[in-house]
Design a protein around this ligand. Structure first.
Ligand SMILES: C[S@@+](CC[C@H](N)C(=O)[O-])C[C@H]1O[C@@H](n2cnc3c(N)ncnc32)[C@H](O)[C@@H]1O
Length: 885
């Protein structure tokens, strides 16, 4: 397999490119640079990657360097700089090569998962034994402390500083872990002995190297204010500790650099962990999955890097006219331009208002270090690192464990560049624990300063006085992955109502979802030239409840970029987008850059602001067909509402005496043109006491599933009930027939409209339960009998198993062609032909005969002609338009 230019181009990795030439030891060497992936491509068979990296790093900032040729290699520049060789690249399926894969090529997922499983087991065992031991400590604090002690202890054991059961280092560590993981009894023993202070003794063991570790560990793990650590230590032990903390954890398993973040998440998942009395999200986070409650899913490093680097680079381009990611521009940077950009960067203030374990803060620190180097900051690395974390990086989180974790990681980051034998400084980190959503901001919040001892509101003016001291105070950049869900407490809502200048909550078009509140709050915390880059649930673009949020986004912010990131969190199906916006765009962006990380869609395409703002929902995958279907149809014709559930005691899975009313309750009970018998249950007469259910029983109407990103319709007959998993479609025009509408909704074209425009290819939420139904443009024929006949025909065909697939296929082809003709073509040739045939046969023959009459050479020929229309062909060949029943 050859990884040459052609291949990378065909995978979309060299799409948005510029070319140039770089001088490598006196030899001019041509390169290609892809601006979307920020990747250099250069063909060289004889090369030293490190030297190449240095040469390119002087030319421009970039994320990847692809070394093409006989043995392809790939170098990543952010996070931990890494190089991967041909073995790994060649093992990759070519058609899967994408931006996301570029990053994952570097990931050690397998190892991570193994270590994760072991840590999870350990965490559970610990939590259980803490509970069983009756220790008078909050379980979370105890577990946090334990993990910290175990981490320390393991390290000491591994390095032979202390011994366990007479065996030194590795064997000792492995034995201890095995014991911890073993039986409940031995775990409890180990826990109690650790809690009882054995490990504290270890930290003060009077061996010289243990003493060194103790001081260092205290500096790293201690509570603020962090004292200066005057004990010098040798480089080997510091490097050893760091390497261990970031790479190796248990019995030789390797772990990614996210270990600390992972441990933090692990604490959060402890049963009965945290109780925030009366405060924001004033809930006791108990049992499994508490991160649902705090809206906390932690961001993968790559995504944090992309958000941070994109926001910072754009802000810098606005402020200092330097685009650090474009070699055609950086080539001509002179020293005064560089120093102006450097000065600007020195003063930047980047905030993550829901920092969690600090992944965005670290990404920002890392980026600033690289950018400063690129712009010519030649001062010693430790000075630059310290300056960055003391004056550029700001973080807030509700949980002190999160703030502590961020602090720890920032200090570790500083250590990576700290000279050995130099005393560690007393750092002034800009981190705070508190509620980012409430609390006074000078001149920004309406009304009076909010005072309450019950809620840990953050008083921004006094916590970060340097940021808000002058008139145009505020942060330059806000990045992050704020919590989502309705997690705000009544106290918070009351404060928000009083103090926010913009209202995105209330009514059917508003929401208390914290994702929306964080967006507004970020705008309040930014200064006039500020930028934001936030990772938000993609429902923000299309769900009715976020209408006010979208209006806010359009009026109060200048949106300039959107990335559709699909589902970025491991084990969670949430789908996300990143929104990039500025407070007051220096130049109003007429084109918004839309990027996608979904594997089968084009990576990058621009959409004009006008188009993005044309409708309430924000359509990312805009194309020229959009206007045509919206011109052809009318919106607001349909609406959807969910059914009412019947208590389980009044239903049975099978028909039985007293339980004989068919009940379609789940999305799976509705199939196209009919119902799935195996997913129907049966109800007794309890439903008669409920008005809505009675109405459902007595009427026939169109229903659909809520499980798919497009409708799947059937006509619910009288005598059947529908429940909460099924939606009723109401047609608000008396002239429109439900069967004809059903045919249109079940068509390929409506599937394309819904998937591509209305749900932005979301796999999760359907267009139905999110109020999007009324956004479907409905075109309706003047003469609808053909549509009705075809709907009933398909209903019949789908319900009788004996029918040959080819008849269904033919009828469906005609139905789809009719809908394409209706929306996209100026003619009605097929409609006229089918209507005529329908009229001729309908009065004399049964439906079966109608089918026979409809499927003839003429109609099939006309339908095929429509299918051959270039626009129709494009729709049918579009991503995710494969066959669907
Ligand atoms: C989705 S996590 C993201 C953490 C981190 N930014 C990341 O992406 O990995 C959200 C974080 O917000 C914090 N949080 C929730 N409500 C908050 C509030 N009102 N103010 C500040 N932090 C909050 C949670 O404790 C959690 O750490």
């Amino acid at each position: 397999m050859r990884y040459d230019q052609t291949l990378l181009r065909s995978c979309g990795l060299l799409q948005d490119t510029v070319t140039g030439s770089i001088d490598l030891s006196g030899t001019p060497t041509p390169y290609i640079y892809d601006r979307t992936n920020r990747m250099f491509y250069v063909e060289l068979d004889n090369r030293a990657p490190d030297q190449l990296f240095e040469s390119f790093a002087q030319l421009s900032m970039f994320d990847y360097l692809w070394l093409g040729g006989r043995r392809p290699m790939l170098l990543r520049t952010f996070g931990e700089r890494q190089l991967i060789g041909p073995e790994k690249i060649v093992g990759v399926e070519t058609e899967q090569l994408s931006h996301t894969l570029l990053y994952h090529l570097f990931n050690t997922h397998h190892d991570m998962r193994r270590a994760e499983r072991r840590l999870r087991t350990l965490r559970l065992a610990l939590a259980q034994s803490v509970a069983a031991s009756g220790l008078e400590v909050a379980p979370v604090a105890a577990a946090e402390d334990l993990i910290r002690r175990i981490v320390t202890l393991l390290h000491l054991l591994r390095h032979g500083v202390v011994e366990y059961e007479g065996s030194a280092s590795r064997r000792g560590a492995a034995a201890l872990i095995d014991r911890l993981l073993d039986s409940g009894r031995s775990v409890a023993e180990a826990v109690v002995s650790l809690c009882g202070g054995e490990s504290a003794d270890l930290l003060t063991t009077p061996s010289p190297s243990a003493f060194t570790y103790a001081s260092l560990i205290e500096w790293l793990f201690g509570e603020p204010p962090w004292p200066e650590c005057s004990v010098p230590f040798d480089e080997r032990s510091v490097r050893g500790l760091l390497r261990w903390l970031t790479q190796e954890v248990i019995a030789g398993d390797r772990l990614e650099a996210g270990i600390l973040e992972f441990l933090h998440e692990t604490y959060l998942s402890l049963p009965g962990a945290i109780s925030v009395a009366e405060g924001p999200s004033s809930k006791v986070f108990e049992n499994q999955r508490p991160n649902r409650r705090t809206g906390s899913y932690y961001t993968p490093e790559e995504l944090a890097h992309e958000i941070v680097s994109t926001s910072l680079a754009k802000w810098l381009a606005d402020q200092a006219d330097v685009n650090v990611y474009d070699p055609t521009e950086t080539e001509s940077l002179n020293s005064s331009m560089r120093s102006r950009a450097l000065r600007t960067l020195r003063g930047v203030r980047v905030l993550d208002p829901s920092a969690g374990a600090g992944v965005f803060l670290l990404a920002a620190a890392d980026w600033l270090l690289r950018a400063r180097r690129f712009l010519g900051d030649t001062r010693p690395e430790h000075t630059v690192r310290r300056e960055i974390i003391e004056s550029n990086i700001y973080g807030v989180d509700l949980l002190s464990s999160a703030t502590n974790c961020s602090a720890l990681r920032l200090r570790l980051w500083l250590l990576l560049g700290w000279p050995p034998s130099r005393p560690l400084p007393n750092l002034r980190l800009r981190l705070a624990t508190g509620n980012s959503l409430i609390g006074a901001i000078r001149g920004r919040s309406k009304g009076h300063r909010f005072e309450s001892s019950a809620t840990p509101a953050l008083d921004w003016d006094s916590v970060f006085p340097e940021v808000f001291s002058d008139g145009d105070g505020g942060f330059d950049i806000i990045v992050g992955n704020p919590p989502y869900g309705n997690i705000t407490s009544p106290v918070e809502r009351a404060v928000i109502r009083r103090t926010y200048p913009w209202e995105t909550y209330g009514g059917r078009e508003g929401t208390w979802n914290s994702a929306s509140l964080f967006l507004v709050r970020s705008r309040m915390l930014l200064n006039d030239s500020g930028h934001l880059g936030l990772l938000l649930p993609n429902s923000i673009l299309r769900v009715r409840q976020f209408s006010k949020t979208r209006a806010f986004l359009r009026r109060q912010l200048g949106l300039w970029g959107v990335t559709d990131v699909g589902s970025p969190f491991p084990h969670v199906t949430l789908e996300m987008v990143t929104l990039f916006a500025s407070v007051r765009p220096r130049v109003r962006t007429e084109t918004v850059c839309i990027r996608t990380r979904r594997h089968d869609l084009p990576q990058c395409h621009p959409v004009t602001r006008e188009r993005l703002d044309a409708r309430d929902i924000m359509v990312l995958y805009h194309d020229d067909i959009f206007d045509r279907v919206y011109d052809a149809g009318r919106t607001g014709v349909l609406s959807a509402s969910r059914g009412r559930d019947i208590p389980a005691t009044h239903t049975r899975p099978n028909r039985s005496p007293g339980y004989d009313v068919p009940y379609a309750a789940t999305g799976r009970s509705v199939s196209r043109y009919g119902f799935n018998e195996s997913h129907l249950s049966f109800a007794d007469d309890w439903f008669e006491s409920d008005r809505l259910l009675r109405e459902s029983y007595e009427s026939r109407f169109l229903v659909s599933t809520k499980n798919l990103p497009f409708p799947r319709c059937a006509l619910k007959p009288q005598g059947m009930l529908h429940g909460g998993g099924v939606v009723r479609i109401r047609v608000h025009s008396p002239r429109m027939n439900e069967a004809a509408i059903g045919l249109i909704l079940n068509s390929e074209l409506v599937r394309y409209i819904c998937m591509r425009y209305l749900t932005n290819y979301s796999q999760l939420t359907t267009c139905l339960n999110t109020g999007i139904m009324d956004e479907i443009p409905v075109a309706y024929p003047d003469e609808d009998s053909a549509f009705q006949v075809l709907f009933h025909a398909l209903q019949l065909l789908y319900s009788s198993n004996g029918h040959a697939g080819s008849v269904v296929d033919s009828i469906e082809t005609i139905a789809n062609a009719l809908v394409y003709e209706l929306y996209l073509l100026d003619s009605s040739v097929l409609l006229d032909a089918v209507t005529q045939l329908g009229d001729e046969v309908r009065n004399h023959l049964g439906l079966q005969d109608v089918l026979g009459a409809l499927v003839n050479e003429k109609t099939m020929g006309l339908a095929q002609e429509i299918m051959n229309n270039p626009v129709v062909e494009r729709i049918r060949a579009a991503p995710r338009m494969g066959r669907f029943r």
